[in-house]
Design a protein around this ligand. Structure first.
Ligand code: 2AM
Ligand code: CA
Length: 280
């Protein structure tokens, strides 16, 4: 928070600085990354740019806050069990930075201009700062616990749709073909006829930012990790939205099956997904 200043730099200022620096660098690498490898599955990609951006952010955070803990996607073994273990080992840290250096790697690899840097700071498991940066549009989404959320310096608010029928909803297609993907497909099948339309942009963090900014009425996706969601979670709640897991439990860093909305449609949204047995 901006009044919590250690060593001359506020937490939020450091988060913004990291996101801006990493994002600008990622943009220079668009269309000319040199190494592409698969992680957990053929859909789970990583490049030297993901790793370089994470290193850049980790170094900057450590310079300012050497005692803080750090959880970054590229510092964790691939696969759902490994990410759960990694989170368990740090989730109660006093201060924990939760970082996805490049959310939307598949888009980055294909030069599809929809990806982001996602940086959150949690205090004893509660997110207190969330920053999502879209370097292509130069849009910086920033939230501080209890102080609202802003894009390009303007206060954000969620959209006003009151029901699914008039809602624009986003989702993502999980990389896990055996468990999460079939469940998500059930939800998709059920929702398509009930909503105005569906989008799948390929960056969970940006989808959450768009819910916060009122550009999407809601977003759900299964099988995500803490780094995809932590920053966006605070953007949504500080913009007046609602955020739960797919069963309706409150968000915490361990949530993988997320439902975010403008709050008005949340119960109907959860009900539709539960009717479709999309969360079991
Ligand atoms: P990423 O680009 O950082 O990997 C798209 O549906 C969303 O799913 C993106 O936010 C993407 O993040 C995330 N994603 C991609 N592969 C994943 C995996 N194997 N496990 C969990 N999330 C993944
Ligand atoms: Ca990533």
């Amino acid at each position: 928070m901006s009044d919590q200043i250690i060593g001359g730099k506020s937490f939020t200022a450091v988060a913004i600085n990291c996101a801006a620096k990493a994002g600008e660098w990622i943009k220079t690498k668009l269309g000319n990354h040199t190494s592409l490898s698969l992680k957990y599955s053929a859909q789970d990609l990583v490049t030297e740019v993901d790793k370089g951006a994470e290193m850049m952010i980790r170094n900057l955070v450590q310079t300012h806050f050497p005692d803080h803990s750090f959880l970054g996607e590229e510092g964790v073994e691939p696969g759902p069990e490994a990410s759960t273990r990694a989170l368990q080992s740090v989730r109660d840290a006093e201060y924990l930075w939760v970082v996805d250096p490049l959310d939307g790697t598949t888009n980055f690899v294909h030069s599809f201009p929809f990806f982001s840097v996602s940086i959150a700071l949690a205090h004893r498991g509660e997110v207190i700062v969330g920053v999502v940066y879209d370097p292509i549009r130069d849009e910086l989404f920033v939230a501080e616990k209890g102080k609202g959320a802003y894009v390009r310096g303007r206060r954000m608010g969620v959209s006003s749709e009151q029901n699914l029928r008039e809602s624009l909803i986003a989702t993502g297609f999980p990389a896990d073909p055996n468990y999460a993907l079939p469940l998500n497909m059930k939800g998709l099948q059920a929702l398509v006829p009930q909503v105005r339309n569906i989008r799948s942009g390929g960056s969970a963090a940006l989808h959450m930012a768009y819910v916060a900014a009122g550009r999407l009425s809601g977003f759900w996706e299964l099988g995500l990790n803490a780094w995809d969601l932590a920053a966006g979670s605070l953007l949504v709640t500080e913009s007046g939205g609602r955020l739960t897991d797919i069963k309706g439990n409150p968000y915490d860093l361990g949530v993988r099956h997320v439902v975010a909305s403008n709050a008005h449609i949340h119960d109907e949204f959860l009900h539709a997904l539960q009717q479709a047995e999309s969360g079991n």
